[in-house]
Design a protein around this ligand. Structure first.
Ligand code: SF4
Length: 195
């Protein structure tokens, strides 16, 4: 089953794939620093110094989660860049989805997405979420995009922390585009439209 919103979103806007990643096991410290600097600059300039991530495991083997967890370890220290993980979808700007979207999770996945305030963005993380591991059958949809409007895809099985950082960099740019395209309603007291 393909959700209407997902089909519309994917048809209207090509989903960018994260490319140019370092090969597995060959983490490039210089590249990490470059990506981290760009992320810090984007968050500080566009999102009031913080962006909140809700993770959503839709049936992964847990290796993707291990790599995501590494982002908060001292080496990567994602918090210093302005990214924070939240368990509350209503506080989240970005939905980081892992796993092949088993059918038992599709309602929960959709409710999680619907509970997030806009503008919001969905990042499909790992080969399972991208549809490269499990074909659709009676138990699994086969990819995150079957249920959610995926904006960014991060390949890998699992993706390295550097790949995840690069995915976040693509995501914050896409989120900024979404925010810029919003139509604001004039303030009812002053009549001014936020700039
Ligand atoms: S993409 Fe690979 S590591 Fe991630 S959940 Fe699927 S099998 Fe596990």
């Amino acid at each position: 089953m393909t959700h209407d919103n997902a089909a519309t979103s994917e048809a209207a806007t090509p989903v960018p794939a994260v490319t140019g990643l370092a090969p597995d096991g060959a983490v490039d410290a210089w590249q990490e620093q470059q990506v981290a600097a760009q992320l810090r600059e984007r968050i500080a300039g566009q999102f009031g110094r913080s962006l909140h991530i809700r993770t959503l495991d839709t049936g992964s083997c847990a290796a993707c989660e291990q790599e995501i967890r590494l982002l908060t370890a001292p080496h990567y220290d994602l918090h210093r860049l302005g990214f924070f993980f939240t368990p509350a979808p209503r506080h989240a700007d970005l939905l980081l989805v892992t796993g092949p979207m088993i059918r038992a999770f599709d309602v929960a996945a959709r409710k999680t997405f619907d509970a997030m305030p806009g503008p919001k963005i969905v990042v499909a993380t790992g080969a399972c979420a991208l549809g490269g591991v499990y074909p659709a059958d009676a138990f699994v949809h086969g990819s995150a995009g079957e249920i959610l409007p995926v904006d960014v895809r991060v390949p890998g099985c699992p993706p390295s922390p550097l790949a995840l950082l690069q995915g976040l960099l693509v995501a914050v740019d896409r989120l900024a585009e979404k925010a810029a395209s919003l139509t604001f309603v004039a303030d009812s007291l002053t009549g001014e439209v936020p700039g």
